[in-house]
Ligand binder design. Structure first.
Ligand code: PM9
Length: 459
């Protein structure tokens, strides 16, 4: 491919005006939000890097698709377009639409998991693990050790460690492992990919043990781009071809279409097995809606079909990941410790290093995210001990090695200048990092506590 800078393969057609607040206003806002960036009002945010979920910019073709919505209760033509697009691009034969990723996780977990089962995965994700636990399973982390080390530059930190899988089989037996949950571009590891070689090995391993492979394909296109760039033998393959191949090595998938596929809402559970599909249809009508719309409007299914096609274009992915690399590289150049290699959807700041004076039990990443917001109105998110939650058996806090703040980049939304402002504000916070205080809970929700927990400063 021609060597040139990563400039976007699109131009801006409409803008949303942003409010710029004062530092005093932001100090009050974060206090009122209990030092939790999820509880800020978006009107008080300047650059919103909380998440890349549902906040991407749809293309003119996606907006045009919205006008083609067929809102018939049953058998909407948009469903068939979406289902056929999923088959064509992602290989799965059957699709059950859901309102978003966790709707698919709920149905999957209820069908496949029995009380007392174990579900191995390449690092936990918050909602995924919770649904596994609610269905009676215990999650077991089988990602390679390098994934837990922010400074390791392993090119495929999302890889599965087969020794860990073998050990689990030895300890509990294959009959208590209903499936392996494999995520592409592992979110909690820092947006880190797994290699095609590892996925092929997983397919062989699971065939041998007769265990299903379920794919959390929320960011599969980003993973495919890294394979194209980093893995021998794939340099000439397109992102589209790699995405298809990754999917076809798995038996079923859950998808939050709010990420890769660039819609504001939507998701699905997809599979190749008809009996599994029939069971999923039985549950989707209870929790989401009829099997031909699940939790989605016809117009959203149409926009999703278009979004899937746009998401696997090489130019799109080059600019998408290029923007994150631009941000990450500028932070590295300024001496900010971040997770390496730079991830596919976000740059993750190493709060352990930046706020070395705050013990993990006083939530350094949460304190850092609050401080960055106060500095400049840039909203980020904690991905450390608060997100990790408590062990369901012992009630003890999990203590992840990674204590991170995620600067997540929505797709096709912000400019290079916004990235520059983000770097400036992180650098400014670093300059007075020793004055930042730790936090303690004033309200701790029982599950997914990072969403609605409230805190105060430790004096
Ligand atoms: N991820 C994210 O910001 C949004 C909610 S958690 C703050 O990263 C994976 C890998 C995800 C994910 C959501 C879901 C759930 C499943 N797997 O949010 O329910 O990153 O559509 O998807 C979020 P939904």
């Amino acid at each position: 491919m021609e060597k040139r800078s990563w400039a976007e393969p699109y131009k801006i057609k409409m803008v949303e005006l942003l409010k710029i607040t004062t530092i005093e206003e932001r100090k009050n806002a974060i206090k009122e939000a209990g030092f939790n960036t999820f509880l800020l009002k978006s009107d008080d945010v300047y650059i919103d890097l909380l998440t890349d979920s549902g906040c991407g910019a749809m293309s003119d073709k996606q907006w045009a698709a919205i006008m083609l919505g067929d809102e018939s209760y049953a058998g909407s033509r948009n469903f068939y377009h979406m289902r056929d697009t999923i088959s064509e691009y992602y290989s799965y034969k059957y699709t059950v639409p859901t309102h978003q990723g966790r709707g698919a996780e709920n149905i999957l977990s209820q069908i496949l998991i029995k009380e007392g089962d174990y579900v191995p995965g390449n690092m936990y994700f918050t909602t995924t693990r919770l649904h596994q636990e609610l269905a009676g399973a215990t999650f077991v982390d089988v990602i390679i050790d390098e994934a837990h080390d922010a400074s390791s530059e392993h090119p495929f930190k999302g890889n599965i460690d087969f020794n860990k899988l073998d050990k689990l089989v030895e300890e509990v037996g294959v009959e208590r492992i209903p499936y392996i949950c494999v995520a592409t571009c592992v979110n909690m590891a820092g947006g880190q990919p797994l290699s095609m070689e590892n996925m092929i090995q997983l397919r062989d391993w699971s065939n041998w043990h007769n265990i299903k492979v379920v794919h959390d394909m929320t960011r599969v296109a980003e993973n495919a781009y890294f394979i194209q760039q980093r893995e021998e033998g794939y340099g000439d393959a397109t992102v589209k071809e790699i995405v298809y191949k990754l999917c076809s090595l798995t038996d079923a998938a859950t998808m939050s279409s709010k990420k890769d596929a660039m819609v504001n809402i939507g998701g699905f559970l997809a599979m190749n097995d008809q009996e599994f599909y029939d069971k999923a249809c039985g549950l989707v009508v209870i929790y989401e809606g009829l099997h031909t719309y699940g939790g989605m409007a016809g117009r959203d299914m149409e926009a999703l079909a278009v979004g899937i096609k746009e998401s696997v274009q090489d130019d799109h992915m080059r600019a998408r990941v290029g923007q994150i690399e631009y941000l990450g590289q500028k932070l590295l150049d300024a001496g900010v410790p971040i997770v390496k290699p730079i991830g596919g959807h976000a740059v993750f700041l190493d709060a352990r290093k930046i706020l070395g004076h705050i013990p993990q039990e006083q939530y350094p990443a949460q304190a850092l995210a609050s401080a960055i917001y106060v500095e400049s109105g840039v909203r980020s998110m904690e991905r450390g001990i608060i997100s990790a939650g408590r062990n369901k058996e012992t009630g003890e806090n999990y203590q992840p090695r990674l204590e991170l703040v995620r600067l997540t980049i929505p797709r096709r939304v912000y400019t290079q200048a916004h990235m520059d402002v983000t770097v400036e504000s992180v650098v400014q916070v670093m300059q007075h990092a020793n004055q930042i205080k730790g936090l303690k809970f004033t309200y701790e929700p029982e599950v997914l506590r990072f969403f609605m927990g409230k805190f105060e400063e430790v004096e």
